[in-house]
Design a protein around this ligand. Structure first.
Ligand SMILES: Cc1ncc(COP(=O)(O)O)c(C=O)c1O
Length: 412
């Protein structure tokens, strides 16, 4: 794949920021959108705009076909057995809350345990905390080996027991880039009868995903990190589990019939999609998936591994920098988190911005992991299909400039 050609499809990248050509390295927070996605959303509103599933008129049918077509594309993209188990949400956060709410609140009880990991995003921590508060279950976490940047699997046997009802783990860490062995985790969790929830928000945009091979029971993703619009996420769940779950939200679309005192619920996946869904966003996500499929997810991952390796090498040349996560770029997604002992991540991010370089500086919605790493924040450069080695060089040079500026300011 040719990143320099791919960049041309992304209008946002073609601009100067603070007098410098933009280097966008904040893809972990959100990716840019290709023109095809932007155009399709505009086209939909101009030509097909209508509500879905309820109108017999032509526009309604067109909108429904496009919306359901997007569902099929997402299901195929993650290797799901079919679209019935694929539920659209507004984000990965909402998808994780759906599972914690609609599954967790009906299956957890005092004495039960929810096993997460120390490298989870807050959305895969707090949603389970809320479920535990309501049910009397407790949370345990698989520890992170800080030096290696991986989960401590030798602790897994001691943590799993017949009290474990759910294991909820991220596929790729948004801070460390670690790719977790979900199929192994699923197999071990299933031995004790636990349900496996996999947070794929940082995986589906970057590596090939097949939920059948992963063996998980729920898989969560989000459109805005994978070239799609904001306001659209998804959760795939095993149909037999979704069938016996209660709905998440009540309202239109999710019912078969309603009386004053009760209702019967619609079939999958509509039982979990109350109200008017994010129609244009789902259709935009379908186009984003076409775009990624045209490149090929193996090629996407290979490109990011190459950039990740190069970034580790170039950043490793800078004195006083500490890089977190696995050293081996083959074992991680395309991102590098780092810190300087004497310079706060926010200063790094702010000075890089004056040079036109966009990175994320902060706790990355992973405060327990920050505590474990012993830092208040890190700076994260996260790559995607349109990033180049030249941009990694710009980051390297920018970081030297950060050091110079801060050392001057601190009188060091
Ligand atoms: C690992 C992980 N999970 C979940 C989320 C939440 O995704 P969303 O923004 O779609 O709610 C993020 C976003 O940064 C993430 O990195």
């Amino acid at each position: 794949m040719n990143a320099n050609e791919i960049r041309k499809d992304f209008p946002t990248l073609d601009q100067e920021v603070n007098g410098h050509p933009l280097v966008y390295l904040d893809n972990g927070a959100t990716s840019q959108r290709p023109r095809a996605v932007i155009d399709e959303i505009k086209r939909f509103y101009e030509e097909d705009n209508s509500n879905v599933h309820r109108s017999v008129h032509t526009l309604g049918e067109r909108a429904t076909l496009l919306y359901e077509g997007a569902r099929e594309k997402v299901a195929d993209f993650i290797g799901a057995p079919g679209p019935r188990g694929l539920i659209f949400t507004k984000s990965a956060t909402e998808a994780l809350n759906l599972v914690a709410y609609a599954w967790g609140r009906h299956h957890l009880a005092p004495g039960d345990e929810v096993l997460i990991s120390e490298m989870e995003h807050h959305s895969n921590i707090v949603s389970w905390q809320l479920a535990c508060q309501d049910t009397g279950a407790t949370i345990k976490a698989i520890p992170v080996d800080v030096d290696e940047g991986i989960l401590e699997f030798d602790k897994l046997d001691g943590l799993l027991s017949n009290r474990t009802k759910v294991v909820a783990v991220t596929h790729v860490s948004n801070v460390l880039g670690t790719i977790n062995p979900i199929s192994e985790i699923s197999a071990r969790a299933h031995e004790v009868g636990a349900v496996v929830v996999c947070d794929g928000a940082q995986a589906a945009p970057h590596i090939p995903v097949n939920v059948v091979e992963l063996g998980c029971d729920f898989y969560v993703g989000t459109g805005h990190k994978m070239c799609g619009p904001t306001g659209i996420g998804f959760v795939w769940g095993r149909e037999e589990i979704l069938e016996e779950m209660n709905p998440f939200h009540g309202g239109g679309e999710m019912i078969l019939d309603v009386w004053m005192d009760r209702a019967t619920y619609n079939e999958l996946p509509y039982k979990f999609e109350a109200g008017t869904p994010p129609i244009a966003a789902a259709i935009g996500l379908g186009v984003a998936i076409d775009y990624l499929n045209d490149i090929g997810m193996k090629a996407v991952h290979d490109h990011e591994v190459e950039l990740g390796k190069y970034a580790m090498q170039r950043l490793g040349e800078i004195s006083g920098i500490k890089i977190f996560g696995p050293r081996d770029a083959d074992r991680k997604g395309g991102l590098v988190s780092f810190s300087f002992e004497e310079i706060h991540a926010h200063d790094v991010g702010t000075i890089l911005d004056t040079l036109g370089i966009a990175v994320r500086a902060g706790h990355h919605c992973a405060k327990p992991l920050m505590r474990k790493l012993g830092v208040p924040a890190t700076t994260r450069a996260s790559f995607y299909i349109y990033n180049t080695k030249d941009e990694v060089d710009r980051l390297h040079d920018g970081l030297l400039q950060v050091q110079k500026t801060m050392q001057g300011g601190l009188g060091l």
